[in-house]
Design a binder for this molecule. Structure first.
Ligand SMILES: [Zn+2]
Length: 291
């Protein structure tokens, strides 16, 4: 029987919380109380990224947007990149993205629309429009390590674009780039770039799956830009301040903060405050092993 996950509380119930998880919650609660919101006034660009807005997370996204809007201006992903490259960050900015292309991203976009916040949705063309439950279940549980959820179809991707959001690539089928050969990486980059350019009109942005530096490589980085993309995003935490001189999209290592709307909002804010407090111009660049 087909059964897609639609509620965050069901996702939590499906996972056994580890002791480490409890320890982290406790530590974050203590830290968030001590953290000061004054750091949020630092001019910077903060990228936030989500995966899902389940039914019971919709109000939480709205509440988060209200809280963030006190300190930040929302800007599009494109605009955020331009600000960093030009060294034109003059106030606190936030931009949004979402990875993996779940169908509930449509609801996320509707809520973002109410705040005129334009996001970039990183999708896997190999699974967009898929309706075969067994294939979806296999992809979700095997590759994403997530319960089965529905994915956007191409009409819905078009709707996101009509609303002013951007579409980016997340590889054909969410591959771990660090585990692939140079040839596999190059082929996948070219194919996703071609398909997304055809479907979406133009293509600029790329975010590599899983997102930590150990899921990527110097070869992967080179192939992203060789294929035609002009930006590349990680899921390493941090925010961006003005570089000391203008820089290029190929040099820029976009850092994004993973955000789960089901989390305590103070924990989400703690990460942002901590990023603002500890940011440096080095955050704009890749570590030495990606040169
Ligand atoms: Zn992903």
């Amino acid at each position: 029987m087909e059964k897609y996950m639609t509620r965050y509380e069901d996702l939590v119930r499906s996972k056994t919380k580890t002791l480490r998880g409890y320890a982290r919650d406790l530590a974050l609660t203590g830290l968030s109380l001590a953290a000061s919101e004054k750091y949020l006034a630092i001019p910077r660009v903060q990228f936030l990224y989500i995966h899902h807005v389940f039914k019971d997370e919709e109000k939480r996204l709205d509440a988060l947007m209200k809280r963030l809007s006190k300190h930040h201006q929302f800007i599009s992903y494109n605009h955020a990149v331009d600000k960093i490259l030009a060294g034109a960050i003059d106030k606190p900015y936030i931009t949004f993205s979402s990875d993996d292309g779940f169908k509930n991203n449509l609801r996320a976009a509707e809520i973002l629309n109410e705040y005129n916040a334009k996001a970039c949705f990183f999708i896997n063309p190999g699974v967009i429009g898929e309706t075969d439950y067994d294939k979806i279940r296999q992809f979700c549980t095997g590759t994403l390590e997530f319960p089965p959820v529905e994915f956007l179809n191409w009409d819905e991707v078009g709707k996101l674009q009509q609303w002013g959001h951007e579409i980016g690539s997340h590889t054909m089928m969410h591959m771990n780039i660090a585990a692939q050969t140079e040839q596999q990486i190059t082929e996948d980059m070219r194919q996703t770039y071609r398909i997304l350019s055809e479907k979406c009109g133009s293509m600029k942005h790329f975010a590599f799956p899983y997102g930590r530096f150990f899921h990527f490589s110097a070869t992967g980085r080179k192939s992203v830009f060789d294929a035609g993309f002009t930006t590349c995003a990680t899921a390493e935490r941090g925010c961006h301040i003005n570089p000391s001189a203008p820089m290029t999209g190929q040099e820029l290592c976009i850092r994004r903060d993973h955000t789960v709307l089901g989390w305590d909002m103070n924990h989400i804010m703690y990460f942002l405050i901590n990023n603002a407090k500890h940011t440096s111009v080095n955050n704009n660049f890749y570590p030495a092993n990606f040169k």
